[in-house]
Design a protein around this ligand. Structure first.
Ligand code: NAD
Length: 290
């Protein structure tokens, strides 16, 4: 089916220039799109542009892209002072703070700026796409576009159809995702989407085993890595992601599934979170990194 977005000269907007927004801006620019990038903190945009420059320079040194491609990509990233400058965008991706009321207010503002055929995508990791879209004038144009951190290194992107998302909107995001060099997967809106839901099984089952005294966390990790063939054991993964990120996500999924026991958060993680043992970022989690 013909994409509702133009193949050439696609102008997209990215709102939020934090960890995710800057990564999305980078892969969009290397994918040939013009990217307007904005944030309520102007210094975040300046910082994002610098970090994208550094990331692209590293890719040039490694020979992944040549200098001319790097210059072209950088030239396509346009800092914007606010979303008021987004009128020409055919696609806008929001990667702002994870709060439903703030995202809904932003989308309402955005709808008064962009044209009716502009697609609005949310990079939310734990909020329902259907709920985010529910306050929009045109909820059919809203879909989830869930990237993983760090975006340039993580090929997967989940394209999420909310209950009211038009099928051609998801189709267009699948196409744009590929043009960004990603490997998109199309799914329906559900708590945790695909990866974060499956990931709960991996980490929570392991935590239950350890809480019940059946095995040590180091043994679980060693078995999953060495014998089962996962790249990382569940506790190594938790230390990498950080309990401050993982635990609230588990909690949100548990609540959204009406306290389904399969997703019950683990005390083992809560106690480490309370102790500030978040993982690699605090030099101590399940393992010691000092
Ligand atoms: P972040 O804190 O690094 O960046 C968020 C940016 O949004 C900040 O620079 C902030 O100033 C800006 N911002 C906040 N409210 C704004 C508004 N109303 N308008 C414009 N800018 C605003 O956060 P992040 O880690 O990049 O996460 C952003 C989104 O992506 C969240 O919805 C999060 O759930 C989702 N997400 C995060 C990850 C991750 O691993 N960090 C992975 C997938 C999805």
């Amino acid at each position: 089916m013909e994409s509702v977005l133009p193949k050439e000269n696609l102008v997209i907007g990215v709102i939020g220039a934090g960890a995710m927004g800057r990564g999305i801006a980078q892969v969009a620019a290397t994918g040939g799109m013009t990217v307007l990038l904005t944030d309520t903190r102007p210094e975040a945009v300046a910082d994002a542009v610098k970090s994208i420059e550094k990331a692209l320079a590293r890719l040039t040194e490694k020979g992944t892209i040549d200098q001319a491609a790097m210059d072209r990509a950088l030239g396509r990233i346009k800092p914007a002072q606010s979303v008021e400058q987004f009128a020409e965008c055919r696609l806008v991706i929001e990667a702002i703070i994870e709060r439903l009321d703030v995202k809904q207010a932003l989308l309402a503002q955005l709808e008064s700026i962009v044209s009716d055929d502009c697609i609005i995508a949310s990079n939310t990791s734990s909020l329902s796409i259907t709920t985010i879209a529910s306050k929009c004038r045109h909820p059919g144009r809203v879909a989830g576009f869930h990237f993983f951190n760090p975006v340039p290194a993580m090929k997967l992107v989940e394209v999420i159809d909310g209950l009211q998302t038009r099928p051609d909107v998801g189709d267009a995001l699948m196409d744009v995702g590929r043009r960004m060099g990603r490997e998109p997967v199309r799914i329906k809106d559900a708590p945790g989407f695909l990866v974060n839901q499956v990931g709960r099984a991996y980490t929570l089952e392991a935590a239950h085993l350890v809480s019940e005294g059946i095995a040590t966390f180091a043994d679980v990790d060693a078995v999953m890595r060495e014998t089962v063939g996962f790249r990382m054991g569940p506790f190594e993964l938790l230390d990498l992601v950080g309990l401050d990120v993982n635990h609230p996500a588990t909690d949100a999924i548990y609540r959204q599934f009406y306290h389904e026991p399969r997703y019950r958060p683990s005390v083992l993680m809560q106690s480490r979170l309370d102790a500030g043992m978040l993982g690699r970022k605090t030099k101590r989690g399940f393992y010691d990194y000092s």
